[in-house]
Design a protein. Structure first.
Length: 146
């Protein structure tokens, strides 16, 4: 896990939601993470460190450490952001309507800290038919030990 995340003081080992005000997150998160996670920003397509990433392991929320996706649920959608067809569990993601920018979309947030992750679309591969389009900036990764 990233050094700032380990030391931010808000990571509970339990599954309870992280109840932290944005002013506190702003003190501990790097500027680009804060912008996307707490201000619902977006990284430029094709620029994220996990866009073409193919190692085996677990992707987690870079803000609170909540496990989000397994690498075997990742696929190349050519959309410019890391794409997954299913989350690690039904509680790892929260779904919210997003009608901004004149579009009707579904926003996805971390199920633990409510940080903005990206959006989910209904044009993904089987078995779910879903495409979770996630910003690399708000993801961390732990490689699976062999």
């Amino acid at each position: 896990m990233d050094k700032y995340k380990k030391n931010n003081g808000f990571l509970a080992e339990d599954k309870n939601p992280a109840e932290v005000k944005n002013e506190e997150w702003k003190k501990v998160l790097p500027k680009e993470v804060y912008h996307i996670a707490r201000e619902k920003g977006t990284e430029r397509p094709g620029t994220g460190k996990y866009y073409q990433h193919s190692e085996v392991g677990t992707y987690y929320c870079a803000v609170c450490g909540n496990p989000l996706f397994k690498s075997n649920g990742k696929f190349n959608s050519s959309c410019g952001w890391p794409s997954f067809f299913e989350p690690i569990s039904k509680d790892s993601i929260i779904y919210l309507p997003d009608n901004s920018l004149g579009m009707k979309r579904t926003e996805v947030e971390c199920g633990k800290c409510h940080s903005h992750l990206g959006h989910v679309f209904e044009d993904g591969p089987p078995p779910t038919g879903l495409r979770y389009c996630i910003n690399s900036v708000v993801l961390g990764f732990e490689k699976e030990e062999k």
